[in-house]
Design a protein around this ligand. Structure first.
Ligand SMILES: C[S@@+](CC[C@H](N)C(=O)[O-])C[C@H]1O[C@@H](n2cnc3c(N)ncnc32)[C@H](O)[C@@H]1O
Length: 278
């Protein structure tokens, strides 16, 4: 549907670029509306670029970025260009992070906030998005040797055109509320924060609230409700016993994936599951 293939704008923990092909091959051949309640960096969503979609994430600055790309793409590009024009060093990174946090505290979710998010994401440690209990972004500088390219302007403009032409609804809600509009025949892809592989290897701090075992139980109950409703549902997570227990009775595929070493001790590969109700 878009004029060119779209790519994610941000590097995002748990990003699904490496599984995109497998996910696409395992999608139902036909569905009405595409729902992605934990869209994050949108590797799957942008890769598929569905004509009718409802995407959601509880991270407000992230959903602001997508809203700004839809309505004010040239202002976002100008904002990133201005940040790119300053010399790149540790001081510049922490000054931008301070400015970003001041905007979050003042609830100024605008084009400048979106530009800061893009620019910081390319320069923070591992492209992580992590906030403290007060909601302040606290990821340190990555000390990269080279100054990275912040944006592919033509990708941003193509995303903007796609958002304006396609029927795409964007919300910033808890995942359960984001599924209120799902009907029989719709397709829902869930990629929540993962159940940790071990007690020491958890990363669930994308938002102030984290993601607890109760949230995973709430998600499994929602999966079953949507199944009964007649929606087609796919979910990814770590291949660990608690996940297999939560989704017992559904079709489970196990896949080997490459890992970012820093987030998973010394293991270079791990296993993930894809759970399907069809
Ligand atoms: C594993 S990431 C999704 C990654 C995404 N598939 C990608 O390719 O980038 C999980 C996302 O869930 C969001 N999230 C966490 N708790 C949530 C909640 N209760 N409701 C909705 N979204 C939530 C986080 O902000 C994060 O972006």
């Amino acid at each position: 549907m878009p004029e060119r293939k779209l790519s994610p704008v941000l590097k995002w923990a748990g990003g699904k670029t490496q599984l995109l092909e497998h996910i696409a091959e395992n999608m139902p051949p036909r569905y009405n509306r595409y729902f992605e309640p934990f869209v994050g960096g949108g590797a799957v969503f942008f890769g598929l670029s569905p004509a009718r979609a409802s995407v959601n994430d509880s991270n407000a600055p992230l959903m602001n970025l997508y809203a700004q790309l839809k309505g004010s793409v040239e202002r976002v590009i100008e904002g990133v260009r201005a940040l790119d024009a300053s010399p790149m060093n540790k001081e510049a990174y922490y000054a931008a992070r301070e400015r970003y946090n001041a905007k979050l505290a003042a609830r100024e979710l605008d084009a400048e906030c979106a530009a800061l998010l893009i620019w910081i994401n390319k320069r923070c440690y591992n492209g992580l998005y992590r906030v403290n209990r007060k909601g302040r972004f606290n990821v340190p500088y990555n000390h990269a040797k080279t100054n990275p390219k912040s944006i592919d302007e033509s990708n941003l403009r193509a995303i903007s055109a796609y958002f304006r032409k396609a029927d795409v609804t964007m919300t910033c809600l808890d995942f359960e509320r984001a599924c209120d509009g799902v009907s029989a025949g719709d397709f829902v892809y869930f990629d929540s924060p993962y159940v940790p592989e071990s007690d020491t290897a958890s990363f669930t701090d994308y938002t102030m609230d984290g993601f607890s075992h109760d949230d995973h139980e709430r998600l499994a109950a929602l999966f079953r409700r949507l199944d009964r409703l007649g929606a087609k549902v796919m979910l990814s997570n770590n291949d660990v016993p608690p996940v297999r227990a939560l989704y017992a009775g559904y079709r489970i595929q196990s896949l080997e994936v490459r890992r970012m070493i820093n987030c998973h001790g010394n293991k270079r590969t791990g296993r993930e599951v894809l759970i399907l109700n069809y």
